[in-house]
Design a protein. Structure first.
Length: 109
């Protein structure tokens, strides 16, 4: 299974509505994407996190480069700062571990 985690902190309160507009559309796309096993979101210490589980990396990459998620990636730098991390695993991480995983292994976006 491929695990993808993200964290994005909006630059200002003015960016929050724009963030949610992109986030909701991207989550809906992920739920319908071939190969998606689950998708969830949580806000931890002011940073908006997502965790999606995929059958394999290829399924995640197909989702990543299309539709609403592609649009969200293009807008992300103007909305906020954050990190992404993906890896193969037998199990999903605990939500409590997601911020530390991103700090240790995340690619800054």
């Amino acid at each position: 299974m491929y695990v993808s985690i993200t964290g994005l902190k909006p630059k200002s309160l003015f960016q929050v509505p724009r963030f949610w507009w992109h986030a909701i559309r991207s989550m809906q796309q992920a739920q319908r994407a071939p190969g998606n096993l689950s998708v969830a979101a949580r806000t931890i210490a002011g940073t908006h996190h997502t965790m999606s589980l995929w059958q394999d990396r290829g399924a995640m990459c197909a989702y990543l480069a299309a539709g609403a998620h592609r649009d969200a990636m293009r807008a992300s730098r103007s909305i906020g700062t954050g990190a992404v991390h993906g890896y193969e695993s037998e199990a999903a991480p605990d939500w409590a571990d997601v911020p530390a995983l991103l700090r240790a292994n995340g690619r800054i976006i």
